[in-house]
Design a binder for this molecule. Structure first.
Ligand SMILES: NC(=O)c1ccc[n+]([C@@H]2O[C@H](COP(=O)([O-])OP(=O)(O)OC[C@H]3O[C@@H](n4cnc5c(N)ncnc54)[C@H](OP(=O)(O)O)[C@@H]3O)[C@@H](O)[C@H]2O)c1
Length: 263
C-alpha cells in the first residue's frame, strides 16, 4: 500500500490514475488548484465508501509555484507518510499559432507543463532518497512531433523527455525509477476545451489518431510505472515516433505532402 501523489488529480488522466490506485489499496494525495473540484473528485473517488475516502487526501496548490507544491507535499506526507510515487499529470494546453499567441499564454504553458513538473519532482525526491520510489511524468504525443498551433505545448512536452532522461540517470543509483508517457488525444475535459481552439492544420495531422479512453491511458501509465519502464508509448504511429524520432517525423511529413529537404 503505497502513498502516491498525483498532480492534476482532480480531472481527466490524473483522476483516472487515482481511481485505479485506490482500487488496489494505495493511498492517494491529489494536487490541483481548484479546491472545489478537488473536493468533488474526492467524493467521486470515494464511491460513498468510508474506507476508500480515508485513503484520499486533497491539497490545493499551483504546481507552477515551487514553494506551494513543496508545502503540499509536506502536508501530504504528514497525512499519509512518505510519498512512494509521484504521477505528474497537471498540465494545460492553449492552442494558437505562434504569432497569434501572446507571450503570456506561451509562458504559462511552459510554467505549468515543464516547471510545474520539475517543481513536483523536487517536492518529492528528497523524501524518496534512501527508500526508493517511482516518478511518472505525463508528457504527450505532442512531445514527440511538432504540431502547428502547439508551439508552447510541444516545447514544454518535448522538454519533459530531456528532464526525465537526465533525472533517470541521476536517480538510478538511488533506486528511484523515472518514467515518462506520451499519451495521444484522450477523452478528458482538457480535450473538450482544446478541440474548438485547435487549428484545422493541427486537426488534419492529429485527427487521424482516434482519441483514447481515459481509463485505458491510466492503466498503461500505472503498468509502466510499476515496471519502472523508461517510456510508455501508445499506438503504432506514436511508438515509431518515440523509437525513431526525427526519422519517423520526416516520414509523416512526407505523407502529409511535405517535401524532403535537400540541404
Ligand atoms: N487529454 C489529452 O488529449 C492529453 C493528451 C496527451 C497528454 N495529456 C496530458 O495529460 C495531462 C492531464 O491532462 P487531462 O487531459 O487529464 O487534463 P484535465 O482533464 O484538464 O486535467 C488537468 C488537471 O491538472 C490540474 N492543473 C492544471 N493546471 C494546474 C496547475 N497550474 N497546478 C496544479 N494543477 C493544475 C487541473 O486542475 P485545476 O485546473 O483545478 O488546477 C486538473 O486536475 C496533462 O499534462 C496533459 O497535457 C493530455
Amino acid at each position: 500500500m503505497r502513498h502516491v501523489l498525483v498532480t492534476g488529480g482532480s480531472s481527466g488522466i490524473g483522476l483516472a490514475v487515482a481511481d485505479l490506485l485506490l482500487e488496489r489499496g494505495d493511498r492517494v494525495s491529489l494536487v490541483a488548484r481548484d479546491a472545489e473540484r478537488l473536493a468533488e473528485a474526492a467524493r467521486t473517488l470515494s464511491r460513498g465508501e468510508e474506507a476508500r475516502a480515508g485513503r484520499i487526501f486533497i491539497v490545493p496548490a499551483d504546481v507552477a509555484d515551487g514553494e506551494a507544491v513543496s508545502r503540499a507535499a509536506e502536508k501530504a506526507t504528514s497525512r499519509f507518510g512518505v510519498i512512494g510515487a509521484l504521477v505528474a499529470s497537471a498540465g494545460i494546453v492553449e492552442p494558437a499559432r505562434f504569432l497569434e499567441q501572446d507571450a503570456a499564454a506561451f509562458d504559462r504553458q511552459i510554467s505549468v507543463n515543464l516547471t510545474g513538473v520539475s517543481n513536483s519532482v523536487r517536492a518529492v525526491l528528497p523524501g524518496m532518497r534512501g527508500k526508493g520510489g517511482s516518478v511518472m511524468i505525463v508528457s504527450s504525443g505532442a512531445g514527440l512531433i511538432g504540431i502547428p498551433g502547439y508551439s508552447a505545448y510541444c516545447a514544454s512536452k518535448f522538454a519533459l523527455r530531456g528532464l526525465a532522461a537526465a533525472l533517470r540517470a541521476e536517480m538510478a543509483s538511488a533506486g528511484i525509477s523515472v518514467s515518462i508517457c506520451f499519451p495521444p488525444d484522450t477523452l478528458t475535459p482538457q480535450l473538450e476545451r482544446e478541440l474548438p481552439l485547435r487549428p484545422p492544420e493541427a486537426q488534419a495531422m492529429i485527427g487521424r489518431v482516434r482519441p483514447q479512453e481515459t481509463a485505458i491511458v491510466a492503466r498503461a501509465i500505472l503498468a509502466g510505472m510499476d515496471r519502472g519502464r523508461r517510456e510508455i508509448h501508445f499506438g503504432l504511429a506514436l511508438r515509431l515516433l518515440g523509437y525513431f524520432g526525427p526519422f519517423a517525423a520526416s516520414y509523416f511529413d512526407l505523407r502529409r505532402g511535405g517535401r524532403p529537404r535537400t540541404g
